[in-house]
Write a protein of this length. Structure first.
Ligand SMILES: [Mg+2]
Length: 202
């Protein structure tokens, strides 16, 4: 099973000066935007991580397009349906309160780990589609996530990656195992990760 659940498809931010290159950030959901509750299927369990709303607002203010890419193997394992994932996403959007469709696309990868991967991270397909559809240069698109697989996705797509130590796992250890610890920085919060991305020269 595999698929891409796109909840919204807003047009790219239209208000950028012509001289500024378009930039995008792909955010992991669990452990990056919201507190990681394994196999979360109940919207009542959605809790934003501290400072996330402000960090995403700062990115938007800087004209950065925002996306979400989330592995949800609970669907492929038959634990819950895409409707439950969708309900949790809606609750997340409600809590974020960043207006209509703050994320231009939300990609849900429902595959179980042993099923053939379509969008499941570290497959780079979603990143490749974003580069194709939005015309990002590789240095202007980055993944932010709390797992090795988030940054492995970035590595396989040849784009930027920024780690956040806000999940359940030891991200520096995971990156070391993947040989990516010298490639991608890890920050203590999403605010710092977004700040790092915004400081990168255009
Ligand atoms: Mg995560």
């Amino acid at each position: 099973m595999g698929g891409n659940l796109t909840m919204s498809a807003a047009a790219p931010t239209a208000s950028l000066p012509a001289t500024q290159p378009r930039r995008g950030l792909v955010l992991d959901r669990d452990g990056t935007i919201i507190v990681h509750v394994p196999y979360l299927s109940d919207p009542a369990g959605v809790v934003l991580l501290p400072g996330v709303r402000e960090a995403l607002q700062a990115a938007r203010d800087a004209g950065v397009d925002l996306f979400v890419h989330s592995n949800q193997s609970g669907v492929g394992r038959g634990m819950f349906g895409l409707d439950a994932v969708d309900a949790c996403n809606r609750r997340m959007l409600e809590l974020l309160d960043l207006g209509e469709a703050p994320f231009a696309r939300i990609c849900i990868a429902p595959e179980a780990p042993k099923a053939p991967a379509v969008y499941r991270k570290p497959e780079p397909r979603f990143a490749q589609e974003l580069m194709r559809d939005y015309g990002y240069a590789p240095q202007h698109l980055a993944y932010i996530g709390d797992r090795g697989s988030d940054l492995e996705t970035a590595a396989r797509a040849g784009i930027g990656g920024i780690g956040v130590a806000t999940g359940l796992d030891d991200l520096p250890a995971e990156l070391a195992e993947l040989g990516l610890d010298k490639t991608f920085p890890v920050f203590a919060s999403l605010s710092e990760a977004v700040e790092h991305f915004l400081k990168t020269p255009l």
